[in-house]
Structure formats: C-alpha cells, structure tokens
Design a protein around this ligand. Sequence first.
Ligand code: RP5
Length: 175
Amino acid sequence: MPAQPSSTIDSLPATPLVGLVMGSRSDWETMQHAAQKLDALGVPHEVKVVSAHRTPDVLFEYAASAKARGLRAIIAGAGGAAHLPGMLASKTAVPVLGVPVQSKALNGMDSLLSIVQMPAGIPVATFAIGNAGAANAGLFAAALLAAEHPAIAQALDEFRQRQTDDVTAHDDPRQ
Ligand code: RP5
C-alpha cells in the first residue's frame, strides 16, 4: 500500500480542540483574528462569550468542563480589568492563552497588565494587545497542537512558508 500524505492519515476530531472565548461581544472585532487563523489552519474550535463578572457561573462551568470536553487550549480575550484569562486558568489545567483587548480609556495597557501580571502558580500565556495578539494566539494554539496532529503541523509550515515567500517576492517597498 503506498504511503499516504500525513494530512490524510491525521483524523482531526469533530469536537473542538481549542476554546475561543471573550468577555463581551464587543471583543469579537479583535478576537475574530484568532478565529481566522484557526480556520485557515484547520483547527477545530468553538467560540463563546464568557464574562468573568457578568456570567461568573458560566465561566466556572466552562473551565471546569474544558478538559473533559477535549479542549487542549483556551484562547481568552478581554479588555479593561481583564480577569477572564486568569480566572479560567485558576479552574482548569488546560493551557490558557490571554489576549489583551485594546480598551478605549487606556489603550489596552490595563488589559495587558491585568492578564500578564499573574502571581506565581497559575500561569497565563500573554500575547500582544489587540489584533496582532489575537492572531498570534491562534497561531500559538496551532503550534501547541502540531506535535499531535500532522495536518495542523503541515498547515502551519505552509502558512509560514507563504508568509516568507510574500516578503521576498515584494522586497522593494517602492513597488
Ligand atoms: C470586558 O469589558 C470585555 O472583555 C470588554 O473588552 C470590556 C467592555 O465590555 P462591553 O462593555 O463592551 O460589553 O469585560
């Protein structure tokens, strides 16, 4: 029997591997950049608004059930007093990737410091403020899954190669 390409022998589950959550519907403008990367790389994911202060019981249930539901990473975006990623991390061993959403009042510095300054013991991986952070959280979640899922590893390699090719093909900024 001929060898099959890795992408055809890697059966990705139908259930989500990544949970993409955010504190408010207003965060979607930023967090859609994480979803776009997950979509592009074929990473099964779910999307949900979970507010640490408006729906704390939903937050607890989401985090407490995450591992058993098969989630391997949670991307959590929040702005202002952004306690969503830290609270999620406190209730699950699933790695939490925090995205500081750019707030109007303080340009996201409040979000960044709220997420990055976790006391020792409960880590939250923290990304850049805004769209770049959301996109990179999506790419990072894919990288976490790549070791187990050859199709995701291949999609990630191809994305990076295309990105490199695009720069080298347009390396004269005057054109
Ligand atoms: C946070 O408060 C959310 O993550 C959002 O970034 C911010 C503002 O929320 P809305 O007032 O727009 O719902 O909880």
